[in-house]
Write a protein that binds this ligand. Structure first.
Ligand code: NPW
Ligand code: ATP
Length: 302
């Protein structure tokens, strides 16, 4: 099916409350690219940088690509469809850099680890993404590394970054930036947005009228790994939202981030609801992966 993009006018974008839930739902559908006559890689190359001996599941849930020396064969063993680079060490800095250059969006953190060397490597990766102007999603151990050196993300350039902390990670970040300000999420500049996950998902951007909160649609079952699924989905929707050129004014980046985060949040919750309906308390994150198709169809119709 071919999607026609509706380009919002500047007036529409700056209108108060333009991103109502209805508008966000409509825009989420608009960013989905059609698959017609595409070659592999044309709808996006998302790299998930993470994985360690302990946490090999996280990058698997997160997405397609992982970079980690010893965990790589294990992660590869989960699925032959994954492209897994075993280079997650400072020793391979130039290889990592070359891979980053090729990606449309970088997701850093799931299962990466919190040892001193791993934290330093995450910070290097963020610096490299900054200089390459890569759209960036920071999750899990990426957020931990960020909380040990919050300045590394300061003034991140367009096309920006999205942080995806759970409640505890958000509290740690707020403590680290030592902020009593309710607008703590503006600390890193206008191109960095934050999705705080939990019973209620809340999205914060520098353009406050594009903020939103989302309740419901999931289940009460909280299974380890569903945050990783959200991070991978965020990478994909972020790429699509940026490419869709939803509006062409000074707020276009924040609109794209808001729509991408909304799509990722709705999508993760819908996968959760479908998996819970089938598995109840026995549900695990892998069950959610089996519900990607039905959830995608329900939300985006393609
Ligand atoms: N299958 C796999 O491979 C999976 C692997 N996973 C991987 O596991 C790793 C850990 O990720 P998680 O999401 O488990 O971190 P979570 O415990 O939320 O801590 C976040 C922050 O909150 C803090 N903190 C913790 N407890 C607290 C408390 N009671 N009260 C206050 N603070 C508290 C805690 O700080 P700390 O106490 O450790 O200093 C931490 O900074 C990560 O690599 C992830 O990707 C997962 O993705 C799941 C599936
Ligand atoms: N109590 C809840 N009820 C419904 N949905 C929830 C609840 N808590 C989290 N979610 C949903 O689960 C997804 C992941 O959020 P979560 O807080 O579990 O992340 P996380 O702790 O980083 O996950 P992970 O275990 O993968 O590290 C989000 O889409 C969020 O909306």
């Amino acid at each position: 099916m071919v999607c026609t993009l509706q380009i919002l006018t500047t007036d529409e974008c700056i209108k108060e409350g333009i991103l109502s839930k209805e508008k966000l739902t409509a825009l989420s559908k608009q960013i989905i690219p059609d698959l017609y006559k595409k070659s592999k890689g044309e709808v996006g190359r998302i790299g998930v940088l993470g994985g360690s001996d302990e946490f090999s599941g996280a990058p698997y849930f997160g997405a397609l690509t992982s970079l980690r020396e010893t965990a790589a064969p294990i992660i590869k063993g989960y699925s032959p469809d994954l492209i897994v680079y075993p280079y997650l060490s400072k020793h391979y800095a130039s290889k990592i850099s070359r891979i980053l250059e090729k990606l449309d969006v970088v997701v850093v953190g799931p299962g990466f680890g919190r040892e001193v060397e791993q934290i330093a490597l995450i910070q290097d990766i963020i610096e490299t993404c900054k200089s390459l102007k890569k759209p960036l999603v920071v999750d899990a151990d990426g957020l931990y590394a960020l909380s040990t050196n919050v300045s590394v993300l300061l003034n991140y350039p367009k096309p920006g970054a999205i942080l995806t902390p759970n409640r505890r990670e958000a509290a740690k970040l707020i403590e680290a930036i030592n902020s009593n300000n309710t607008h703590w999420y503006n600390y890193w500049g206008g191109n960095v947005s934050v999705l705080v996950k939990g019973y209620e998902d809340t999205f914060y951007t520098s353009v406050n009228k594009f903020n939103w909160s989302l309740l419901g649609g999931g289940s009460d079952r909280r299974t380890a790994g569903q945050g990783d699924i959200l991070a991978g989905a965020m990478g994909t929707f972020y790429n699509w939202a940026l490419k869709a050129n939803l509006c062409d004014n000074e707020n276009s980046l924040q609109v794209a981030q808001s729509v991408a985060a909304y799509a990722a949040s709705k999508f993760t919750r819908t996968c959760n609801a479908h998996a819970f309906a089938e598995n109840g308390r026995n549900m695990i994150a892998s069950d959610m992966l089996h519900k990607i198709h039905s959830s995608f169809e329900e939300l985006f119709g393609v």
